[in-house]
Ligand binder design. Structure first.
Ligand code: NI
Ligand code: MN
Length: 227
């Protein structure tokens, strides 16, 4: 088992790999599905996909109390610099060998304005390759795009996909995304946080498993899946 993913509610994840703890888009305070408090959160790195408040969440506070390095785009990195938060910036298509593995930024079709109105650059998704070669694609907030097929060509062990609709892909497009990505395993996120993104993840899982070879793992907040 080389990558353990825990769903913390909404689009927030804990990723444990290679002896490191990563948090992805740690929106914990004010998250109705939040499975962890910001004060308890531990992290070596925080991956921040874009500037929206339901993703930036508690990033600054957690980075300050843990000393974690935030990995995000160049524009959000500049915003974090002003707050004294340590960061490593990358951009779409660029990968970097971090101590926990190789992390590449991928395209996401979405917005990225920061909560205070600052410019947040372009939104991204993440493609993480662990030290022992397992690949996880975390789409983050995005609509469906045809170049997911190129990401799938890398050979995905796991894809974490939004299914909530309204702000991101909904169930129908997320099913099409599974076809383009051809992952072995899928975890749905970004649903049921609020009524506007209410979905039935188990119904979606049945459709995906009937129509593709992928296995879907519907987690409750706080539950984990390992590959
Ligand atoms: Ni967003
Ligand atoms: Mn969002």
């Amino acid at each position: 088992m080389s990558i353990k993913i825990t769903w913390l509610g909404h689009a927030s994840l804990r990723v444990e790999t290679g002896g490191y703890q990563l948090l992805v888009d740690p929106f914990l305070t004010d998250n109705p599905m939040g499975a962890l408090s910001a004060a308890e959160a531990q992290a070596d790195y925080i991956l921040l996909s874009h500037g929206h408040g339901d993703h930036v969440g508690d990033t600054v506070e957690i980075a300050q109390h843990t000393g974690a390095t935030v990995i995000t785009n160049f524009e959000i990195g500049g915003w974090l610099d002003k707050k004294g938060v340590k960061n490593h910036t990358q951009h779409i298509g660029g990968g970097y060998h971090h101590p926990f593995g190789y992390l590449k930024f991928t395209q996401a079709v979405h917005g990225s304005g920061l909560p205070d109105g600052s410019y947040g650059g372009n939104p991204a998704g993440f493609l993480l390759t662990s030290k022992d070669g397992k690949k996880v694609y975390i789409a983050c907030d995005t609509g469906l795009f045809g170049d997911m097929r190129l990401i799938g060509e890398e050979g995905l062990d796991l894809a974490v996909l939004p299914i909530g609709d309204n702000y991101t892909m909904g169930p129908d497009d997320a099913l099409r995304a599974v076809r383009l990505l051809s992952p072995k395993h899928v975890i749905p996120v970004h649903y049921n946080t609020w009524d506007i993104i209410a979905q039935d993840p188990n119904a979606w899982a049945r459709r995906v498993e009937a129509e593709t070879p992928a296995q879907v793992h519907v987690l409750k907040p706080g539950e984990s899946f390992e590959i």
